[in-house]
Design a protein around this ligand. Structure first.
Ligand code: G
Ligand code: G
Ligand code: MN
Ligand code: NA
Length: 254
């Protein structure tokens, strides 16, 4: 109940904050895009991580409100940054299970994009493998509708949700994000390295690009580059940062 009342309080007073984490190319460690990650920042209290309040927001239905605010803020920030030539690439936003299954999802997103003045091709939506595999046929319909608007789609937390290859081929997605769990021990565990090599090979055969999540050291980055993985996110490059700090980060040469 504590987190729920904090969340309601935060929604009422607009204390949701969108942070941004850089995505980089593993070839040259250059910035290529960004992911929006929400935070609860109530004045006088510690920042609350989405890992704590997203499941609760999902249970209570508050996620619909949270999700729309995150999307709107992200589109607004991105539009301004593009107009000022401060940011290039695409911005990724995470969709929860309940959001994904909203009957009018595509229309709601199109409305927000239009109101905030962001062309759809600048937006990428991350949908977890687990959510998609709960009802793959329905997921294909929803993803196709989203894809037709020009929005890009990424399968998030890949490797944790048991996608069958038959489905993967039919999903109208452009990107796989390999879950951090496969990256953590990539230097020491040959099995994890082999798994990642297989995922990258399979993704490329299907015409998908690959992002490795949770890259924290240079050795992991080198191994991933050697496995032909194109992109990475992780603390090695940048933590999720406030918009202001994110702009500073990407404008500072490595
Ligand atoms: O940023 P952090 O690593 O603390 O995020 C924890 C979890 O919360 C991750 O699984 C991430 O995908 C999820 N998350 C972060 N921001 C959002 C958001 O805006 N919407 C949804 N649905 N999930 C988010
Ligand atoms: O589920 P999703 O992949 O959207 O969640 C991303 C989460 O991972 C965010 O909460 C983000 O803060 C976190 N994250 C990003 N990079 C790293 C990292 O290098 N190490 C750890 N431990 N977490 C990370
Ligand atoms: Mn994500
Ligand atoms: Na993930």
């Amino acid at each position: 109940l504590h987190v729920e009342s904090q969340l309601r309080h935060a929604l009422k007073h607009n204390y949701l904050q969108v942070h941004y984490q850089a995505k980089v190319s593993l070839k040259d460690h250059r910035y290529v895009g960004l992911e929006a990650l929400v935070r609860l920042d109530i004045p006088g209290a510690e920042v609350i991580s989405p890992a704590e309040f997203i499941p609760l927001a999902e249970e209570t239905g508050l996620i619909i409100d949270v999700g729309e605010r995150v999307l709107r803020q992200t589109c607004r920030d991105m539009r301004n940054w593009i107009a000022a030539d401060q940011v290039t690439g695409r911005v990724a936003v995470n969709l929860s299970a309940r959001q994904f299954l909203q009957p009018d999802l595509t229309q709601r997103i199109k409305t927000i994009l239009a109101e905030e003045g962001l062309p759809p091709h600048y937006l990428e939506l991350e949908i977890t493998e687990g959510v998609v595999m709960e009802n793959p046929e329905r997921a294909i319909q929803i993803m196709s509708e989203l894809h037709q608007t020009g929005i890009h789609l990424a399968l998030d937390d890949f490797g944790t949700g048991y996608s069958s290859l038959a489905y993967l081929k039919r999903f109208p997605i452009q990107t796989l994000k390999i879950d951090k769990a496969f990256i953590d021990d990539i230097h020491s565990a040959e099995r994890d390295r082999n798994m990642v090599a297989s995922i990258v090979g399979m993704a490329h055969n299907l015409g998908l690009s690959v992002v490795a999540e949770g890259v924290v050291d240079y050795q992991q980055a080198q191994i991933l580059a050697g496995l032909n993985c194109e992109y990475a996110q992780g603390y090695l490059y940048a933590q999720p940062l406030s918009g202001e700090k994110f702009l500073e980060h990407i404008s500072t040469p490595l």
